[in-house]
Design a protein around this ligand. Structure first.
Ligand code: PGA
Length: 255
C-alpha cells in the first residue's frame, strides 16, 4: 500500500523561535490523533532550522525535509547545501523542482533531474514537483508539460529508486493564489502522472509511488481532494504555517 503524505512547505517563513513553537504544536497535535500507519507527516522548514527541528521531532513519527539541495555532495558552491549534509542533520526528505525554484532561480528540467538523483544518492526521498502554468493549461498543453517534466526529472532513476520518490503535482496557477484545482482536475493530472510512471517503469511500480497535490490546499478543500483515488496527500504551503490548519489537513486524510 502506498503512503499518504502530508508535507508542510514553510518556504522562507519562521525564525528559530517561531519554527520551534510551530513544530511543537504540530507534534503535540499529532500525538493526540489516531493516525494511520501509512500516513507520513513531513515538515520542510528553512535550512537554518533543519538541525534543531530534526532533534526536536526525533522522538515522534514526524519527518523533516529540506526545501532544495545542490546536485553535488560537496565543493566550492557558496551558499548551497548538499544531500549528505541534509541527511547528516537527520532529514529524510527534500523538495526538488518547486515551481518557485524553477521560475525564480532558473532551475531547468535537467537541474531538477540532477537534484532528484543527488537526493537518492544521499538516501533522501525527493519530493519532485511538477505542474503547468495557467497559459499552458489554457492552451491545452497539460499532458505535454507534465510528460516532459516527469520524464526528464526521472532520467537515471531506476525501478529501485522510484519507489523512494514522491511526485507532487502543483499547478503553478494554484500555488499561493487561493485557486485550488478542483478534485476532478487534480485527479485527472494525477492519473496522467501515474500512467506515465506505468509506461516508464511498470503498472505495479506506478501503484506504489505516492503522488501528492499542492496548490492552495486548506482544511476546507482537503477532504474532497484526498477522496480522489490517485491523490495520496498534499504539499501544503500557506496553511502549513498555522498548527490548527495543518493539523486539520492531516485530519482530513481520515476517511
Ligand atoms: P500554497 O503553496 O499551499 O500556499 O498554495 C503550496 C506550495 O507551494 O507547495
Amino acid at each position: 500500500m502506498r503512503k499518504t503524505i502530508i508535507a508542510g512547505n514553510w518556504k522562507m517563513n519562521m525564525d528559530l523561535e517561531g519554527g520551534r513553537a510551530l513544530a511543537d504544536r504540530i507534534k503535540m497535535g499529532t500525538l493526540g490523533m489516531d493516525l494511520a500507519a501509512e500516513l507520513r507527516v513531513i515538515l520542510c522548514p528553512p535550512a537554518v532550522l533543519l538541525h534543531d527541528l530534526c532533534n526536536r521531532l526525533s522522538e515522534c513519527s514526524i519527518k523533516v525535509g529540506g526545501q532544495t539541495l545542490h546536485n553535488k555532495p560537496s565543493g566550492a558552491f557558496t551558499g548551497e547545501i548538499s544531500g549528505p549534509m541534509l541527511r547528516s542533520v537527520g532529514c529524510h526528505y527534500v523538495i526538488v523542482g518547486h515551481s518557485e525554484r524553477r521560475t525564480m532561480f532558473a532551475e531547468s528540467d535537467i537541474e531538477v533531474c540532477l537534484k532528484a538523483n543527488a537526493a537518492l544518492d544521499a538516501r533522501l526521498s525527493p519530493i519532485i514537483c511538477v505542474g503547468e502554468t495557467i497559459t499552458e493549461r489554457e492552451e491545452g498543453r497539460v499532458k505535454e508539460v507534465l510528460s516532459r517534466q516527469v520524464r526528464k526529472a526521472l532520467e537515471g532513476i531506476f525501478d529501485f529508486g522510484i519507489t523512494d520518490c514522491v511526485i507532487a503535482y502543483e499547478p503553478v496557477w494554484a500555488i499561493g493564489t487561493g485557486n485550488t484545482a478542483t478534485p476532478e482536475q487534480a485527479q485527472e493530472a494525477h492519473r496522467l502522472i501515474r500512467d506515465l510512471l506505468a509506461s516508464i517503469y511498470n503498472a505495479e511500480i506506478a501503484e506504489r509511488v505516492s503522488i501528492i497535490y499542492g496548490g492552495s490546499v486548506t482544511p476546507q478543500n482537503a477532504h474532497d481532494l484526498f477522496a480522489q483515488p490517485d491523490i495520496d496527500g498534499a504539499l501544503v504551503g500557506g496553511a502549513s504555517l498555522r498548527a490548527d490548519s495543518f493539523l486539520a489537513i492531516i485530519n482530513a486524510t481520515r476517511p
